[in-house]
Design a protein around this ligand. Sequence first.
Ligand SMILES: Cc1cc2nc3c(=O)[nH]c(=O)nc-3n(C[C@H](O)[C@H](O)[C@H](O)COP(=O)(O)OP(=O)(O)OC[C@H]3O[C@@H](n4cnc5c(N)ncnc54)[C@H](O)[C@@H]3O)c2cc1C
Length: 394
Amino acid sequence: MSSGPAEQIYDALIVGAGPAGCAAAYDLAKAGKRVLLLDRRTFPRHKACACGLTRKTLKALRYSVDPIVERVCHEIVLQQQTDEPKHREVRVRTRNPICAMAVRETFDAFCLTQTLAAGAHLRHIHSIQTIHEMPDHVALTILTDQGPETLTAPILIGADGSNGQTRRLSQPEAHWYTRGFALEATVPYTDLPSPLPGGDNPQDLVFDFAPLPGGYGWLFPKGDHINIGVGAFAPEDVSHHDEESLKQVTRTLLNDYTQQKLGLIPTHITGQHLGMGGHNYTPQGRILLVGDAAGLVDPLTGEGIHSAIVSGQAAAAAILSPSNENIAAKYATQLRPLQDTLAFSHRAAKAFYKQPQRGFRAMRMPILRTLVLKTYADGLPHTALLGKLAAAVV
Ligand SMILES: Cc1cc2nc3c(=O)[nH]c(=O)nc-3n(C[C@H](O)[C@H](O)[C@H](O)COP(=O)(O)OP(=O)(O)OC[C@H]3O[C@@H](n4cnc5c(N)ncnc54)[C@H](O)[C@@H]3O)c2cc1C
């Protein structure tokens, strides 16, 4: 997929055409703005991601993604390490679907198609080389097949993910930024032994806090396969310091975990960092960071697609806002509700991952189970309930 005339004046340049970049581009293009998405990959492209789309994610999207949803889950299975088998598992079920399951490659290609249909343009680039912020515009030098080229626009949106260059070039001292790390593999249902050695049902959506501290293992059921993975998300001071906890997320860990749960070794493993710490991000100047580039993954659940979409839309709303504030201040205002939610998740993650057993004990209370499920599916509930939730997990 590629489109876009070479010589054109744009209202916004967006580096990265994942969920965050597409969400921003979609709203801007719909409002009649000239938008150029730049990506170094050609779509459809693989992206390591279990692509669980919670209710709040589906609600945030401007269009239905029903055509690419492979399964809907009404139940979550939470598992933990314990000597008491009857307390190993908590099942939380609702009448409405909690989470839709898609394959990330298909989801991203679908969102990009909607975004280009809305009027955004897309160019393939090799990399971005320099960013210069001027008083009234940003100059972005990109490297393409034809060599280096400088593009200018009043605003640059950095939507290039957890390892993207925009943040590194524009905010080299971004001390607020931290990272998680996760590995995943896919296993066709037809390869699975029956019954599964771990005792799981292949159709279950499982979050398993046993395989590692500061994160979890998962089984996400898709149309014809299970997405299995392990990831470390918890704030750094929970398990070890700094990025030490990420080193435990290895291929060996995922091989062992897949063997234990599904009775085989996966043939192909992929992984990526997750951008975190974004509840402390302060937008500056004419360069707005969104999604993983802004560290907006939820540190409790590892969920990032919702934040990517909401932050992309917040950046677009700031650009479209007629108020006289500067663009960074407008974006900060738009982003604040999401950052407040992530700040709560940060505190909850610190408490939960320090002693997951306590969290599990609390989950025996039906009211709390409902609350946790509602929070995961729909976002933070009414603020009066937050206190109860915090008191239960801390
Ligand atoms: C293993 C794993 C499982 C996950 N599971 C889930 C899940 O089930 N549900 C969920 O909500 N979240 C999940 N996440 C998190 C989720 O994948 C991310 O939060 C989400 O992809 C962030 O979207 P984004 O648009 O910010 O960045 P990305 O999706 O990473 O998109 C960034 C885009 O920028 C492009 N890019 C990067 N650098 C450059 C450059 N220099 N120049 C041009 N283009 C560039 C990339 O090619 C890419 O297309 C998971 C993450 C991992 C690693």
